[in-house]
Write a protein that binds this ligand. Structure first.
Ligand code: PPS
Length: 298
């Protein structure tokens, strides 16, 4: 196989789950035109009736676009100084609940969001724009959408599906194209939406934090900003038990760590030249909106 780079791919490394008793992976099904799993649809009415507040901040992404990164940036900006306990003992996925998730063994994301004691409440969603509970629009809540180029999203999602047995065969939350375009169109009419890109964060995280702060009306001191920028580097988040998802039982980090590579362009280690050509042809058909542009390298 001709690869873009000679760097060996990480496929199949360390992959021996054959000895483990694993529950079956959830099945994908069509849900109003979007491929979903029961863990994100079972609590549907309750999620749809979620009562958003004007000061809530919703972090919306297609999976693997940098949700955790931006969640942690916001968490540090708002609560980094005031709540050392929060930083030391509450994992990021509890500080920033995943709104639509509902599994038998844990409180639902909606309940966790309802119970958040903070102001603002930081809430994560992977829902395509048409499924977002209407109270967010009615309350004019602030929304941050993070998008990542399709090729790196596909590679990251592929590895995530290997390590997380709560994932079906790819891919839940439907088409990447519909997701990034649906949210992009929403931005044209809903002004409280900040649309940002993973590639920009990689290129200059400090600049993106400045843009986020200006959207949120925050003005951290130089020292505070330095603390946030330093806390959210890939290496620091990978080493931090509160941000690396090491406490989540359905994830096997020996198969592939949640904090995997954190790069733009890793797709080159996975796509053959022929696959890339095929991908580009398909991309041209599906990405009709010329104003939404992604970078696959920086
Ligand atoms: S999820 O499961 O949808 O919430 O995943 P998500 O957090 O959106 O995306 C995970 C990918 O983001 C990378 N990541 C980072 N990259 C660079 N710097 C920082 N600080 C960072 N934090 C998370 C993470 O490594 C996953 O990407 P890949 O390409 O798999 O490494």
């Amino acid at each position: 196989m001709q690869h873009y780079s000679m760097t060996p791919s990480t496929f199949d490394q360390d992959l021996d789950m054959s000895q483990m008793e694993l529950p079956p992976r959830p099945t994908l099904f069509d849900f109003h035109g979007v491929s979903m799993i029961k863990h994100v649809t079972e609590n549907w009415d309750s999620v749809q009736n979620f009562k958003a507040r004007p000061d809530d901040i919703l972090i919306a992404t297609y999976p693997k676009a940098g949700t955790t990164w931006v969640s942690y940036i916001l968490d540090l900006l708002y609560f980094g100084q005031t709540s050392p306990e929060r930083q030391a003992s509450i994992p990021i996925h509890e500080r920033v609940p995943f709104l639509e998730i509902s599994t038998p063994s844990r409180p639902s994301g909606k309940d966790l969001a309802d119970q958040l004691p903070t102001t603002p409440r930081l809430i994560k969603t992977h829902l395509p724009v048409q499924f977002v509970p209407k109270s967010f629009w009615e309350q004019n809540s602030r929304i941050i959408y993070v998008a990542r180029n399709a090729k790196d999203s596909a590679v990251s999602y592929f590895h995530f599906n290997r390590m997380n047995i709560a994932q079906p065969e790819p891919v839940v939350f439907g088409s990447w194209y519909d997701h990034v375009n649906g949210w992009w169109e929403k931005k044209q009419t809903y002004s409280n939406l900040h649309y940002m890109f993973y590639e920009d964060l990689i290129e200059d995280c400090g600049r993106e934090i400045d843009r986020l702060c200006s959207f949120l009306g925050l003005s951290p001191s130089a020292e505070e900003k330095e603390r946030v920028t330093n806390g959210v580097t890939f290496d620091n988040m990978k080493a931090n038990k509160m941000t690396n998802y090491s406490s989540v039982p359905v994830m096997n980090h020996r198969v592939s760590p949640f904090m995997r590579k954190g790069k733009v362009g890793d797709w080159k280690n996975h796509f053959t030249v022929a696959q890339d050509k095929q991908f580009e042809e398909d991309y041209k058909q599906k990405m009709k909106n010329p104003t939404l542009k992604f970078r696959t390298e920086v």
